[in-house]
Design a protein around this ligand. Structure first.
Ligand SMILES: NC(=O)c1ccc[n+]([C@@H]2O[C@H](COP(=O)([O-])OP(=O)(O)OC[C@H]3O[C@@H](n4cnc5c(N)ncnc54)[C@H](OP(=O)(O)O)[C@@H]3O)[C@@H](O)[C@H]2O)c1
Length: 322
């Protein structure tokens, strides 16, 4: 299915959206002109029958990517649903510091509204709060008040592990907070286990699942080799090496490569994109498309046929472990 309903919002979205992390400095940055060109083209190509979800955050390009989105969609936004995030500082000396206090979140939201040149944000996501903040729940009461004030239509949460999503849904359900509409998870061919309970709960509560990092931050392209000098690569690429260790990462990539060869799948990237939307519980996958040619590659991946046996074999390859 290429068109999905985005949780409680009832909006129809194309199953591929756009992640803009790599439009900022994370993978080296692509600059305003390229970013705007990619965003325009994505919307043109993905919006035939549904909205296109564009995911951003103040953190991406330290506010610049939000500004570019604001500039591009200020006058014509009828085909896009914009989502940004809150809870991380971007000012010098504090970049990426998490802060989910009421004062900071309110200020952060107001700054995003300004940069996005809008009065209301479709979906406002918490940018990876830790589990204690989620369990305490005050932050969801605050998001509900942003909704009542008309500053956001809906809210969601970006998480690192399934338990965080489960706690978020449970808190909102128990406290009759109806604005929670999405959970953003890490989801790709080598990071897809342990979501069963979260998926079930999300489905029962009509909550959308956003799959992020579908290409494992560029690694599911086969373009890196274990012998590469990762010091010369961007922060986002180096982070993956640090997180999983070279040996494990390249061992798993080799296992996946061999498997795809067995089933005559020539493009690991296309497989990765298709994999990220195969599960019926995934509402939208947001590849970090940062070059125009990726748009066509990802669109073609949507139509890739995947053998059930391949998926069974893939399930025997365990997830990457931190
Ligand atoms: N905490 C959070 O909430 C959080 C964290 C991470 C990501 N996200 C969101 O999730 C989105 C996706 O994650 P991501 O961008 O980190 O990683 P990704 O989508 O797994 O990988 C993106 C990278 O893969 C490479 N690539 C090669 N072929 C591609 C193709 N056909 N389509 C797209 N990319 C291709 C590009 O790198 P090259 O430039 O090297 O070609 C690109 O930067 C982000 O952009 C962001 O919106 C959220």
């Amino acid at each position: 299915m290429k068109i999905k309903t985005f949780g409680k919002t009832g909006k129809k979205v194309f199953v591929l959206g756009l992640g803009t992390y790599g439009h900022g400095e994370a993978y080296g940055g692509i600059g305003k002109e390229n970013s705007i060109n990619v965003m325009k083209k994505v919307v043109e190509k993905f919006s035939d029958e549904a909205y296109v979800l564009i995911d951003t955050a103040p953190r991406y390009g330290l506010g610049e990517v939000e500004e570019w989105i604001g500039e591009l969609f200020e006058k014509s936004n009828e085909k896009v649903l914009i989502t940004t995030k809150g809870g991380r500082h971007i000012d010098e000396g504090r970049v990426n510091e998490k802060d989910f206090s009421s004062n900071f979140l309110r200020e952060d939201l107001n700054n995003s509204l300004k940069r996005l040149k809008t009065n209301k944000i479709f979906l406002y996501q918490l940018h990876n709060p830790n589990i204690n903040i989620i369990k305490e729940g005050k932050v969801f009461d605050l998001l509900e008040s942003f909704k009542e004030e008309g500053k956001i239509d809906w809210y969601g949460i970006s998480i690192n592990v399934a338990e965080e999503g489960i706690e978020a849904i449970n808190y909102c359900e128990k406290n009759n907070l109806s604005g929670l509409t999405s959970i953003q998870i890490i989801y790709n061919a080598l990071q897809r286990e342990n979501y069963k309970e979260l998926f079930k709960l999300a489905k029962n509560n009509n909550i959308a699942i956003i799959a992020r990092e579908p290409i494992l931050r560029g690694f599911l392209t086969n373009k890196y080799s274990k012998k590469d000098d990762f010091e010369k690569y961007s922060a986002a690429v180096k982070k993956q090496i640090k997180l999983f260790g070279k040996n494990q990462l390249f061992f798993k990539l080799k296992e996946l490569k061999d498997l795809l060869e067995k089933y005559n799948i020539s493009s690991m990237t296309e497989f990765a994109i298709k994999f990220s939307i195969l599960d019926e519980n995934i509402t939208v996958s947001i590849p970090g498309i940062n070059r125009e040619e990726y748009i066509y590659q990802d669109l073609s991946a949507v139509n890739l046929e995947i053998d059930e046996e391949l998926l069974e074999d893939l399930s025997k390859i365990s997830d990457l472990k931190k």
